[in-house]
Design a protein around this ligand. Structure first.
Ligand code: PEP
Ligand code: MN
Length: 262
């Protein structure tokens, strides 16, 4: 892979995000209904963030847990994107969904559980949209970069890596946020890397500190889960920021930005 660092993280006709800007993505774990997504999307847009996340096809560990609204979820995301001028980030779990996603999704997410699904990576590599590739829970940095190479060699160079924590013996957090992956990736790869402190910690009380720590470590952005009523969230409520705590985090990020090296 060419090792020249990419200055632009993502580029759309109406929005360009550079490394200096940092890519900020926020939204619920899952799209639950129109009212829920619209309330959260409105708060995300008001905070100045232009990238809304929300799962429609959820890869859940437990088959009896909420699996996502699927096609209906994509339709709600599309409506929110139009209403609030937000770009949509959502996870693709099956290559047969590509045509459906191309109609709505601005950044295709490959989740931790599918980082090593090389068949899916080869198929998604062909789409002409940026791809957010999350690190598998038990993947080494080298394996993450090799998975990214499937996308790049398959024709898609608009890859963004995401550190979302790995499994260790620690039980105080859902995963262990491996912040050292950020400067290591930057030394050996031209690809941007963002941090997801929500899935890494599993607890909303420390999401903001780890988001800020990620930026200080050199991350090119942050993705966080936000919900207007976390105790009632159908998925990942324990790690979801409230709309108020999310706005405080955005304010803190803005205060931190002038002190960050590019
Ligand atoms: C997600 O971001 O919606 C998600 C399921 O995260 P991960 O793949 O990192 O577990
Ligand atoms: Mn989640």
């Amino acid at each position: 892979m060419n090792t020249q660092t990419r200055e632009i993280i993502v580029e759309f006709p109406d929005i360009v995000v550079t490394k200096k800007d940092r890519l900020l993505i926020a939204g619920p774990c899952s799209v639950e209904n129109r009212d829920q997504l619209f309330r959260i999307a409105e708060a995300v847009r008001k905070s100045g963030i232009r990238f809304l996340r929300g799962g429609a096809f959820k890869p859940r560990t437990n088959p009896y847990s909420f699996q996502g609204l699927q096609e209906e979820g994509l339709a709600i995301l599309k409506e929110a994107s139009e209403q609030f001028e937000l770009k949509i980030v959502t996870e693709i779990v099956d290559a047969s969904h590509i045509p459906l996603f191309e109609d709505t999704v601005d950044i295709f997410q490959i989740g931790a559980r599918n980082m090593s699904n090389f068949h899916l990576l080869k198929q998604v590599a062909r789409v002409s949209r940026p791809i957010l590739l999350k690190r598998g829970f038990s993947a080494t940095i080298e394996e993450l970069l090799m998975a990214a190479e499937y996308l790049v060699s398959g024709g898609n160079t608009q890859v963004i890596l995401c550190e979302r924590g790995i499994r260790t013996f620690e039980t105080a957090t859902r995963a262990t946020l491996d912040l050292s992956s950020v400067p290591i990736v930057k030394k050996i790869s031209p690809l941007p890397i963002i941090v997801d402190p929500s899935h890494a910690t599993g607890r909303s009380d420390i999401v903001a500190s780890m988001a800020l720590a990620g930026l200080v470590a050199g991350a090119d952005g942050i993705m966080v889960e936000v919900h207007h009523n976390p105790p009632k969230a159908l998925c990942d409520g324990l790690q979801s920021l409230t709309l108020e705590s999310f706005q405080s985090l955005v304010n803190e990020i803005e205060r931190l930005k002038p002190f960050l090296s590019v």
